[in-house]
Design a binder for this molecule. Structure first.
Ligand SMILES: [Zn+2]
Length: 255
């Protein structure tokens, strides 16, 4: 039986996500932006949170861990390199390794950039990626700790995953990302269609996620920093993709 993912909003623009393994009943929360909505979401589904998979240490991803752990005794899994700044870690994992819960396992992919210890969880057999604050729909995370080169390399690894991989991100930023993407990639028909869809969903108060790797490859300018059309719009023809990526991120910061 395939894993079941339940996504919901919390805080002002965070997404919470639960992944449930029907074979064993195990349920993992991906980060805990705040405890109450995460516990309520699990209860509504009739699931009990057995594990917490942490993507990175920012407060809006870890501040609910203590309360959820107190309520459920959930087992907290985080990047060994970041365990010192994430609360109540029970088990550390390393990039290139696996995180296991129930009968499911996720590949741990290193994605330094937003933070240096950021990891994402790829459930290959389920075709599901929890991308935290690394990859957003039509965007990517801000570079708080890593370099543009690091983030670009990380995004290229995610871009190489199968097109039909469902992507669950940490935030609902797709509306603002869509506006920016149209400015730097104005002639992209796939992007225009996706932007229309996104504006409609946001107006209706509906989530714009999950997206897919295939859709992001076609529409997300931050995955297309090596596309000549984008370099041309930025006046950077012939420049290195990491330089184009850095300029994109810089312009988005100011947009
Ligand atoms: Zn963050």
């Amino acid at each position: 039986m395939a894993a079941d993912v339940h996504m919901f909003t919390c805080l002002s623009d965070n997404f919470g996500a639960l992944i449930h393994d029907p074979a064993t009943g195990a349920t993992a929360a991906i980060d805990v932006p705040e405890a109450e909505p995460v516990l309520a979401a699990a209860k509504a589904k009739g699931w009990t949170i057995s594990h917490i998979l942490v993507t990175h240490h920012h407060p809006d991803h870890v501040q609910g861990i203590e309360a959820v752990k107190a309520a459920t005794k959930a087992h907290v899994i985080a990047n060994a390199a970041d365990a010192h700044r994430i609360p109540l870690v029970d088990e550390t994992v390393a990039p290139g390794g696996k995180a296991r819960f129930g009968s499911l396992e996720a590949d741990i992919i290193d994605t330094p950039g937003h933070t240096v210890g950021h990891i994402v969880y790829h459930f290959a057999s389920e075709k599901i990626l929890f991308s935290g604050d690394t990859l957003f729909s039509l965007g990517c995370g801000r570079l708080f700790e890593g370099t543009p080169q690091q983030m670009w390399e990380a995004l290229k690894v995610l871009r190489a995953l199968p097109d039909d991989t469902a992507v669950y991100c940490g935030h609902e930023y797709t509306g603002s990302n869509a506006k920016f993407s149209l400015m730097v990639d104005p002639d992209n028909a796939a992007l225009k269609a996706r932007a229309e869809e996104v504006f409609g969903l946001r107006e209706a108060g509906q989530p714009t996620l999950p997206t897919t790797i295939g859709q992001e490859k076609a529409t997300n300018p931050f995955l297309r920093a090596d596309d000549a059309a984008i370099a041309a719009v930025l006046g950077m023809r012939g420049r290195l993709p990491a330089e184009v990526f850095a300029e994109l991120r810089e312009r988005k910061n100011k947009a």
